[in-house]
Design a protein around this ligand. Structure first.
Ligand code: GLU
Length: 321
């Protein structure tokens, strides 16, 4: 098998936190330990929430940790071909292709409509879309005119179940009816995560994707999109456990005190950050400082634990030395 091409795909809508650092470290280790390439892609489609300052800080934090990349921007570069905000035209072409093929339809439902319509089976992304607008309008213009709103575009899922092998979670089987026709293009004129990530992973030659397990079922959605678009999908997937804060919540960007920036500002050394990340996912048997070199050498996906990890006060005290 040729060496893999992996990617780091930060979203610059806030400062990166320890949980992000952990997922990016693992993605980097998986690719580098097999002699692979790493691409940096900035996922800034959410224009109103993303900021140049967060982008610069995220790229600088990852380099500080020692994670490097073979293609993609440096912290001070202006947005270019590896920043999603510059690539809307590519996503639009993909959408047009799906529309032509009858695999996308305009949807005028609001979030509230969907919640109310479904008495909803809830999936990984909230209420599963019941397909209300599928076949309802002949054209986008008609949907806009009859509803008096700007429609979204949704993917018309086929009925074939989608299966893939996850390097950590094992075989995954997802049925379209449990996923629902998902949004390709939002009402507010922005492309969706699913279409952007699919187009980009194909365009950037990504063969290996490692990310948090909250995105496990997004992989099924993306595989359906690769097939509908006739694009080559990544072949290696791994969805890793999450890092939880003390109250058992998933870490979020608003957990500012656990941002890499705040920890750096408090003098935390990369070797401690790497040590805690590695320990928290089972790569180290004890909490100690670690180097990227030793983690790369000993890396095997199968050594990662399956359980989410809760950060305690003791872990944080150790981190701060
Ligand atoms: N941009 C996402 C994040 O920062 C990652 C999405 C992906 O890896 O597909 O969590």
């Amino acid at each position: 098998m040729p060496p893999p091409t992996g990617r780091l795909a930060p979203t610059p809508s806030g400062f990166l936190h320890l949980g992000n650092a952990r997922s990016f470290l693992l993605a980097w280790l998986w690719a580098r330990s097999a002699g692979g390439r790493v691409i940096m892609r900035v996922e800034d489609i959410d224009l109103p929430r993303c900021r140049p300052m967060f982008r610069r800080q995220a790229l600088s934090d990852l380099l500080w940790l020692g994670l490097d990349w073979d293609a993609g921007p440096r912290p001070d570069d202006l947005p270019g071909p590896f920043d999603q905000s510059t690539r809307f035209e590519q996503y639009r072409l993909a959408l047009d292709q799906l529309v032509q093929a009858g695999r996308a339809y305009p949807c005028v439902c609001s979030r509230k409509d969907i919640e109310e319509a479904t008495r909803a089976p809830h999936g990984d992304e909230g209420a599963v879309y019941p397909g209300t607008c599928r076949g309802r309008f002949a054209t986008f213009a008609e949907a806009a005119e009859r509803s008096g709103t700007t429609p979204a575009w949704r993917f018309a899922f086929g009925d074939k179940p989608i299966s893939f092998h996850d390097g950590l979670q094992g075989p995954v089987l997802a049925h379209p009816r449990d996923l629902g026709d998902f949004v390709l293009w939002r009402k507010d004129g922005l492309p969706s995560y699913q279409i952007a990530v699919t187009v980009d992973d194909a365009a950037m030659g990504i063969s290996q994707v490692l990310r948090g397990k909250d995105l496990l079922l997004s992989t099924a959605r993306q595989l359906a999109l690769y097939e509908a678009l006739g694009l080559k999908a990544p072949t290696q997937w791994a969805h890793v456990p999450l890092l939880l804060s003390q109250d058992e919540r998933r870490l979020a960007k608003r957990d500012g005190d656990l941002s890499l920036k705040a920890l750096r500002d408090q003098g935390v050394a990369p070797a401690r950050m790497l040590g805690l990340c590695a320990y928290s996912c089972g790569l180290l048997g004890e909490l100690r400082q670690a180097t990227l070199g030793e983690l790369t050498q000993g890396f095997k996906l199968s050594r990662l634990g399956q359980a989410d990890f809760t950060l305690t006060q003791e872990h944080l005290a150790w981190l701060l030395g």
